[in-house]
Design a protein around this ligand. Structure first.
Ligand code: SF4
Length: 625
C-alpha cells in the first residue's frame, strides 16, 4: 500500500510539473511577437504558410532563398500553433551542427522575448557519451556501469533536467554525471516532455536508428525539416546496406573469442558462396541471396546478445555487428525499389542491397506527424522533389523570391567550356584561364567547385603550374575536423583565397560566407552524379515509373548541387558577388528553366567577353559605394 501511494504521489507531482509548464508555454506562445525587429514581407508569407499547414494538418515544401531566415520563419509559426493549442510539440530536424545551432539561436531569441519554452538538442551517442572516452565506465562483465540501475536513478535526473528546461549537451552531461547515467539514454528519456526537440534526420527516418518515441502519433507533433533536399539521398542510404570481405577481415582482427570468430567466418563463407557463383565481376539481381540471409539470421541469434550487451567487444567487431544488423533489417524491408549488387573479385567482394528510391518508406513516416514542413533554398523542380520525397500532390508548395536586389549578383554562363567526361581534359587550359581572369577582375575570396576529386586535382595542378602567383587551397577527401576548420579560416580571416572544393561537399552547403568572406563562386560542370551502376539503376527505376529517369537520376540532383554551391555568394543584404557557370550545357533551356528567378544570366563566348562583363559589374559595385 505504501509503495502504491509513493508511486501515485510521484506521478501526481510529475503531472503537476508538466501541466504547469504546458500552461506557461501556451500562454507565452500566444502573446509572443516576432522576435526580430524586421519581419520582412517574405518571412511573413513563409510563416503564414507554415501556420496554415499546421492548422490544416498539411504537408508543405517551401523553397526560400538564402538569407530569407528560414529557421525563424518555420519555428515562430509552429510556436504560435502551440499557443493556439493546435499542436503539442515541435520536432526540428537538421543534419548539420551549424543548422542545429541556428535553431537553438532562434529558440533563444524567442525565449528572450518572453517565450517560456523548454527545448532539447539531441546529440549523437558517439559525441556525448562518457564511455567513449573513459574505459573505466565499463565493468568487468562488459556492462556499462551507467546503465545498471538506470531506472532507479532516472526520476530525479529527469526532474532536474525538466526544471532546467534548456537542454543542450552540456546540461545533459552535467546531470547525467551527477546521477551516474548514460547521457544519451537520458536525453532520449526527455523527448516526450520537451516543447521543442532539435535532432538529426536519422532519429526519425532511419529504420535502424528511429526512436520509438517518434513511432507513435499520440502527440500532435509538427515536423520541420531543414535542408530538405538532402533527404532524397540520405533516405536512399538509410534504406541500403552492404556486407563485404574487407569488413569481415577487420572484424576478425584482434578477435580472441573462438565462437565469435567461427560465427564471423560462417558469414564469410556464405558471402563467398553467393558471389563465386556469379559469372560477371558485378551482377545485379532483384532478390537478397537466401544463403547469406540464413547465415546472418543464425549469427544474430547466436551472437546478438554478446555483441550488443558486452562493451568490451573490440570496436571493429562491434561495427561489423552493426553492419550485420543493418543488412538483416534492410533485407526484411527489401522492396520493389531495391536491387542487389554482388561484386565477385576477391579484393572488392561485396553484396550491396541498394535502395534506389526511398519514397515509399518516407510516406509511411509523415502520417505520424500532425504537419510536415520541409524547406531549403533548392527544392526545384517541385515535381521531382515531391516524387522522390514521397509527398503526394496534396502537398503544398511555396516558392519565395529572393529579398536581395538582383543587381548585387552577376551570373555569367561561359559556354566556351565543355566539361563532359570525354571532352573535359581538352578544356583544362580554358578553365584555368577563366579562373585567373575572374580573380584578376577583382582579387578576393573565391571558391571553385567541381563534381569530382579527380578532375579537381587535374585542374588544380595545372593552375598551380601556370599561375603560381595566386595562392590556392584544395579540399581533400578524408579531411579531419581540424583541416576543415583551417580551410574555412582562410575565408573568414583573409581576403585573397582561391579554394578548390567539391559540389555537394562540406564547403558547398550550410556555411554563411558573409561579406568579403566570399565574392565569387566558379562552378565547373553541371554537377551530375558520377555515371555508375547505382545511378543507372536509379535512372531505370524512375523510367519504370514513367518518369524522366535521366532528369531524376542525373540532371536534377546536379542542378541542386550547382545551386547550393553557387548560393554561397550572397548571404545577406550587403553582399555583392559573381557566379561563373562553366559548361556549354548551362546554355540549354532544360537547365535555364530551373535556374532561380533572381539569376540574371549573361552569356560569354570567350575569356575576353567574361573579363569585360566582370569589369563592368565591379565598376558598378564600386560606383555604388
Ligand atoms: S550506456 Fe552505452 S553509450 Fe551510454 S555511457 Fe554506457 S556505454 Fe556509453
Amino acid at each position: 500500500m505504501a509503495f502504491l501511494q509513493t508511486v501515485l504521489q510521484r506521478y501526481i507531482d510529475w503531472y503537476h510539473l508538466v501541466s504547469k509548464q504546458r500552461e506557461r508555454m501556451i500562454n507565452s506562445a500566444r502573446l509572443l511577437d516576432f522576435p526580430f525587429e524586421d519581419f520582412r514581407a517574405q518571412q511573413h508569407r513563409f510563416a503564414a504558410s507554415v501556420y496554415r499547414s499546421i492548422k490544416q494538418n498539411h504537408r508543405l515544401l517551401a523553397e526560400a532563398p538564402t538569407g530569407s531566415g528560414k529557421t525563424i520563419s518555420t519555428l515562430f509559426p509552429s510556436v504560435k500553433a502551440i499557443g493556439e493549442d493546435i499542436a503539442d510539440q515541435i520536432i526540428y530536424l537538421s543534419a548539420k551542427t551549424s543548422g542545429q545551432n541556428e535553431a537553438r539561436k532562434a529558440i533563444e531569441a524567442m525565449i528572450n522575448k518572453g517565450l517560456q519554452a523548454s527545448y532539447l538538442i539531441v546529440q549523437a551517442k558517439a559525441k556525448c557519451c562518457s564511455c567513449v572516452h573513459d574505459e573505466t565506465e565499463i565493468e568487468e562483465s562488459g556492462k556499462c556501469s551507467r546503465t545498471l540501475g538506470f531506472y532507479d536513478r532516472l526520476p530525479a535526473a529527469r526532474e532536474a533536467l525538466f526544471r532546467k528546461g534548456k537542454l543542450g549537451s552540456e546540461e545533459i552531461k552535467l546531470v547525467a554525471d551527477e546521477h551516474h547515467l548514460c547521457p544519451f539514454e537520458l536525453s532520449l528519456q526527455m523527448l516526450p516532455w520537451m516543447d521543442i526537440v532539435v535532432c538529426d534526420l536519422n532519429y526519425i527516418f532511419d529504420p535502424l536508428v528511429q526512436l520509438s518515441y517518434f513511432r507513435s502519433d499520440r502527440k500532435r507533433k509538427v515536423l520541420l525539416i531543414d535542408e530538405m533536399h538532402n533527404l532524397v539521398d540520405r533516405a536512399r542510404q538509410m534504406y541500403s546496406a552492404s556486407l563485404s570481405r574487407s569488413q569481415i577481415k577487420l572484424a576478425l582482427k584482434n578477435n580472441n573469442s573462438v565462437t565469435m570468430v567461427r560465427a564471423i567466418n560462417s558469414i564469410g563463407s556464405a558471402l563467398d558462396r553467393c558471389t563465386r557463383q556469379q559469372s560477371d565481376a558485378e551482377t545485379i539481381c532483384i532478390e537478397v541471396p537466401a544463403t547469406l540471409t540464413r547465415a546472418i539470421s543464425r549469427f544474430g541469434e547466436q551472437q546478438g546478445l554478446e555483441l550488443f550487451g558486452n562493451k568490451r567487444i573490440p570496436a571493429q567487431t562491434l561495427e561489423f555487428g552493426k553492419a550485420i544488423f543493418r543488412f538483416q533489417c534492410i533485407g526484411n524491408l527489401y522492396g520493389d525499389h531495391h536491387r542487389t549488387i554482388a561484386a565477385r573479385p576477391v579484393a572488392q567482394r561485396e553484396i550491396r542491397l541498394l535502395c534506389l528510391n526511398a519514397f515509399e518508406y518516407l510516406q509511411q513516416i509523415y502520417p505520424l506527424f500532425k504537419a510536415v514542413c520541409g524547406f531549403s533554398a533548392t527544392l526545384s523542380p517541385t515535381g521531382y522533389f515531391q516524387q522522390a520525397l514521397g509527398l503526394d500532390e496534396k502537398c503544398q508548395s511555396l516558392k519565395l523570391a529572393s529579398s536581395f536586389p538582383p543587381d548585387r549578383l552577376q551570373v555569367n554562363i561561359c559556354s566556351y567550356v565543355d566539361t563532359r567526361y570525354r571532352q573535359r581534359d581538352h578544356y583544362i587550359n580554358q578553365i584555368c584561364a577563366t579562373i585567373e581572369r575572374c580573380y584578376a577582375a577583382r582579387p578576393g575570396n573565391y571558391l571553385v567547385f567541381f563534381s569530382s576529386y579527380a578532375f579537381m586535382q587535374k585542374v588544380h595542378d595545372y593552375f598551380e603550374l601556370h599561375h603560381a602567383e595566386i595562392d590556392t587551397m584544395m579540399q581533400t577527401r578524408a579531411a579531419s575536423d581540424q583541416q576543415r576548420v583551417d580551410f574555412l579560416s582562410h575565408y573568414f580571416d583573409r581576403t585573397n583565397t582561391l579554394g578548390f572544393a567539391i559540389m555537394g561537399g562540406v564547403f558547398a552547403e550550410g556555411i554563411d560566407y558573409l561579406g568579403s568572406a566570399l565574392i565569387g563562386t566558379i562552378i565547373v560542370g553541371v554537377g551530375m552524379p558520377q555515371a555508375n551502376i547505382q545511378q543507372q539503376l536509379i535512372q531505370q527505376d524512375f523510367d519504370a515509373m514513367q518518369l524522366n529517369g535521366f532528369d531524376f537520376a542525373y540532371r536534377f540532383p546536379g542542378l541542386t548541387r550547382v545551386q547550393q554551391s553557387a548560393g554561397r555568394v550572397i548571404r545577406c543584404d550587403t553582399d555583392y558577388g559573381v557566379i561563373i557557370l562553366l559548361d556549354q550545357r548551362f546554355k540549354q533551356a532544360d537547365y535555364q528553366r530551373h535556374f532561380p528567378p533572381h539569376w540574371q544570366t549573361q552569356h560569354c563566348h570567350d575569356c575576353d567577353s567574361l573579363e569585360q562583363s566582370l569589369n563592368q559589374f565591379w565598376s558598378r559595385v564600386d560606383g555604388k559605394h
